[in-house]
Write a protein that binds this ligand. Structure first.
Ligand code: NAI
Length: 276
């Protein structure tokens, strides 16, 4: 059996859960970290019910990634359960509305604390373990054979801006540079670091848009593929980035955005949509 372990933050629902399920189906052992314990229990149920063996290949650890002690505990529990971590998906993120005129300091701090500081804290704890594993136990001679990979769930908003989600936009811009800086620092050890930049994906985070026709039409006008993306379409990119097929890719963001970043102006209106 594959002895690879993935840790997914915010893995109890949405894109994170799609990643957890994809890696589980690909044979990984899976650690789901999330603040939402009810969704965590549901996620675990979903995974283990589908498993063909009785062996527990997935665990849920309640964790607020902005809390250093909770992150410490998360990594300790992952190591107790599975011994090592090969792939980290920094997926947990929140979006609080507000621009420079009306965004409160506390909302600014909270978004940065989860989206950026949280990813930093989890990366730091996991990288420490990866480096120890590489230095002491990993006998794979070629760097390209090493399975270690960090995937940051960024956004197209690392590159373009949503003015009424100022803190979110700033956090994703920071994630882009965190991806590059970590990729360069960790390349000599054979740890690859990349990001995914989703466009509009059907999850709870997008509920305000998918339930509102005029907001939905605006999104479609900016989406050449003409539909909202499905979380599995992001999980597939994560699976690729963690795989040997991506062994020469580091420091990059792959945009899975239905063509939005390539588009200047808007698309012609279409009468029906075909959401995934
Ligand atoms: P979601 O809101 O559906 O799921 C986020 C998960 O993270 C939830 O299970 C939540 O409980 C968990 N979470 C929130 N704060 C946490 C914390 N402090 N510690 C641990 N877990 C926490 O969101 P979605 O859409 O699945 O987003 C996942 C990632 O993808 C986020 O980083 C988001 O910014 C990014 N993204 C999403 C897009 C979309 O259209 N849905 C577009 C671009 C990026």
């Amino acid at each position: 059996m594959l002895d690879k372990v993935v840790l997914v933050t915010g893995g109890a629902s949405g894109i994170g859960f799609a990643c957890a399920r994809r890696f589980f189906d690909d044979g990984y052992k899976v650690v789901i970290a999330d603040t939402n314990e009810a969704e965590g229990a549901r996620a675990l149920d979903d995974l283990n019910i589908d498993a063909s063996t009785k062996e527990a290949r997935a665990i849920f650890v309640p964790c607020d990634i902005s809390d250093k002690l909770a992150v410490h505990n998360l990594v300790a529990e992952a190591l107790t359960a599975f011994g090592h971590i090969d792939v980290l998906i920094n997926n947990a993120g929140i979006a609080l509305k507000g621009g420079i005129v009306d965004l409160s300091e506390s909302d600014f701090d909270r978004v940065l604390a989860v989206n950026l500081r949280g990813a930093f804290l989890v990366s730091k704890a996991v990288v420490r373990q990866m480096v120890e594993e590489i230095d002491n136990r990993d006998d794979r001679s070629g760097l390209s054979q090493r399975p270690y990979s960090i995937i940051n769930m960024s956004s197209i908003n690392e590159d373009v801006a949503l003015p009424d989600y100022l803190a979110y936009t700033i956090s994703k811009g920071g994630m882009r540079q965190m991806t590059r800086a970590m990729a360069i620092e960790l390349a000599p050890r054979g740890i690859r670091v990349n990001a995914i930049g989703p466009g509009s994906i059907k999850t709870a985070m997008l509920a305000g848009v998918t339930g509102d026709k005029s907001a939905h039409d605006k999104i479609m006008a900016r989406t050449p593929l003409g539909r909202i993306g499905h979380p599995d379409e992001i999980a597939g990119v994560a699976a690729f980035l963690a795989s040997e097929d991506a062994s020469y890719i580091t420091g990059q963001t792959i945009y899975a955005d239905g063509g939005r970043l390539a588009l200047n102006y808007t698309m012609p209106k279409v009468s029906s949509d075909d959401d995934a």
